[in-house]
Each structure stands twice: as C-alpha cells, then as structure tokens.
Design a protein around this ligand. Structure first.
Ligand code: GCU
Length: 364
C-alpha cells in the first residue's frame, strides 16, 4: 500500500532544525552552535542537565580472567570506577570483555538491565567474534534505582537531600547517560581500544539514555538505540502508542520536572526527538525498531531518522537515504551516517538487532 511519508511528516509540524530559537538560519558555519542550542533545549525541557564530567576518575581492576571467557577468545575484567561528585564520591562496577584477536578493538558501552554476563540482551560471543570489545553495567543496582527514590545510588550524591528543586534538575535517564560516559573515560585510555570506533548502546529506556549520552559526549562516535520509542528516537508530535502524558505519568523521575508541562501539549515543546538524534551529528546514529512494538511506534522512530538526517548535510555529509513509504519488517536502511532497521517481532534486544548494528558499526 502506498503511503505518502512526506505528507505524514508535514502533518506532524515538527520544530525546524534549521532555525535557531530566535528565528535566524542555521548554516554550515554556525551548525555547532545550533547543536549546542539543541542540547540546551533538550536538557532544560526533557531530561534535565547532565552533570559535568568529574575532574578526576579512578579505575581499579578487581578481577581478570583470560582463560575461558568465550572459549578463551576474550579477556574478561571486572573494574570499579570511582570519581568525586558534590564533595562526595561515587563508585560503580563494570564488566569488560575484549577480543584477544584484535590489537585495537572497536568498543561499545552497554547500559543494560542487568550487570552480569552472559545476558539475553548481549550476544557476547558474536561481539567478540566480530572483534568488538564492550563494557556493561546494570542501570539500577550499579547506578540508581528505577523509581522515584532520589537518595538511591548516584542520585543521593547529586541531590544530597534526595529532593530535586528546580524544574530542570536532571532525572534518571540523564544519570544513566552520565555513567555511560564514565565507562568511556576508562575505555578511551586503554591501549587496546580504537578511539574512532566507540559506541554507546541501549534498549528501550536505556536506548533513550544511550541517545542522550552520545548527544552530550562527542567522544562516542556511534550510538545504537534499540526500540527506544517515546522520549527516545520517536518523535512525540503525532506519535501513536506511548505519549508524553503516558510516560510522565508512569515514569516522571526519568525526566526533569519541566517535561510534565508538555503532556497533552506536545505542540508547545521547543524541540522534538529528532533534535536528540541530530545532536549526535556529525557522528553516527543507528536506530532499530520492532514491527510489533506499537508502544514505541516504529513509524515515529523512522520519521525522526528522516528529519534528523537532513542535519548531517550542514556538515557536508549525506542525509538519511529514506524510502518514500513505510519500511516493512526485514528492511535495513543504512546511509553512511544514519542506519535504521525494522525487524519482525516484539519489544526486545535481539541478535538480529545487534548483527545489523554491528554491520553498520564496522563499515569502513
Ligand atoms: C515502558 C515505557 C517505555 C520504555 C519501556 C522499557 O514500556 O513505557 O517508554 O521504553 O518501558 O524500557 O522497556
């Protein structure tokens, strides 16, 4: 069935990436200023301000095993990352796996639902066989609980009394994103890592966090967001499934308090989620949808790629090579800067998703 995607996009009335808030035009000379403005708008209105990177950071190797991990093809390490924050200190564990066969390996920081390996969302051996190293942490037990408790973990360091005062104080997605950058602090200084092939990856709520992490931290050269939906890759205007109202009713603590004012009021938002994808430009973005993930809304994720994709032109790079219809399960649409696929099935981070992302990640 023919579907006019251009009409659909026009009907969404998305805010213009090519105009500054004061109405002046964005061009290739001032594009980095626009990127900073978009980051500011997103943090102020959606996620809250991500804390500054710490002045110092320590890494302590707690355990190493290079004998039997992935049939002996990988080196496994458990490290502890510690850094000062607000006159106090925060520390969390990360599990690392590096392929022995590669001198300088591409490296993915994976924010995950669990911190142990093996894990159903992480095909360790496939990653190792394709020469990719990775570091994983558990977003709740290692960082901060997935609830309204702002005393828990790093939240209690950021908010000493467990209370957020201003409307733009950061929520938990920003904290998970912040800690993904701390894992990169470790990786970036390792001899066996390729600094030009660094990625941050996550599924669903952690896909939202991964997108924010890469938008804020230019050391991530790639981001992989899987089924991230509302407040992730999917544009909110005209979105089906989960809306800003649904997500702020159920998970208000993921965001800054200002975001609530856009519930059933999306048209007033000074941004939409294509800003989040565009804020990673000129680096690379991969978005994965699942056909039966109606809550996330694959079409709104796809539209976001199309719209954000235009932004790469300002950097003299290719836009997203979209097709003028709704992608069907099995379609993989990869440009050199944005990749997208939709697979059959439900909300899940599958091997199919990883393999498609890895192809994009390893492309020369
Ligand atoms: C809920 C939530 C989504 C989120 C998902 C997940 O369904 O509404 O926004 O992406 O959980 O993290 O699995």
């Amino acid at each position: 069935m023919y579907f006019d995607i251009k009409n659909e996009i026009e009907a969404r009335k998305l805010p213009d990436l090519f105009k500054f808030s004061d109405g002046t035009d964005v061009n290739s000379d001032n594009v980095s200023k626009r990127r900073m403005e978009m980051l500011e708008i997103l943090q102020k209105n959606v996620y809250g301000y991500v804390p500054d990177a710490p002045d110092k950071i320590d890494f302590y190797i707690e355990k190493t095993d290079d004998t039997r991990c992935c049939a002996g093809k990988a080196i496994y390490k458990e490290i502890r990352i510690t850094f000062p924050i607000n006159d106090s200190e925060f520390s969390f564990p990360v599990k690392i796996m590096m392929p022995k066969a590669v001198k300088k390996a591409p490296f993915a920081v994976i924010a995950n639902f669990r911190g142990t390996l093996p894990d159903e969302y992480i095909p360790s051996e496939e990653l190792i066989d394709r020469g990719i190293g990775f570091g994983v942490f558990c977003y709740t037990t290692d960082i901060t609980s997935d609830d309204n408790d702002f005393f828990s973990g790093i939240s209690g360091k950021i908010y000493k009394d467990g209370i957020r005062k201003s409307g733009s104080d950061c929520g938990k997605i920003a904290m998970w994103a912040y800690c993904a950058s701390r894992v990169l602090d470790y990786a970036i200084n390792c001899e066996d890592i390729d600094r030009e092939k660094t990625a941050v990856a996550g599924h669903s709520r952690l896909g939202k966090s991964a997108l924010l992490a890469s938008a804020c931290d230019e050391r991530f050269k790639y981001v992989f967001s899987n089924n991230s939906g509302c407040a992730g890759a999917a544009v909110s205007r005209g979105k089906k499934g989960e809306t800003v109202k649904n997500i702020t009713d159920a998970f208000p603590y993921w965001f800054c308090k200002n975001y609530v004012s856009y519930a059933e009021n999306e048209e007033k938002m000074p941004c939409d989620q294509h800003f989040l994808l565009a804020a990673t430009a000129p680096r690379k973005v991969y978005v994965a949808s699942a056909a039966e993930d109606f809550w996330a809304d694959p079409l709104s994720e796809y539209i976001s790629c199309i719209e954000a994709g235009q932004f790469w032109r300002l950097y003299g790079k290719d836009a997203f090579p979209y097709i003028d219809s709704i992608p069907k399960p099995g379609d993989i649409i990869c440009g050199s800067n944005i990749g997208y696929h939709i697979r059959s099935g439900v909300h899940f981070l599958s091997r199919y998703d990883w393999n498609a992302f890895i192809d994009f990640f390893l492309k020369k």
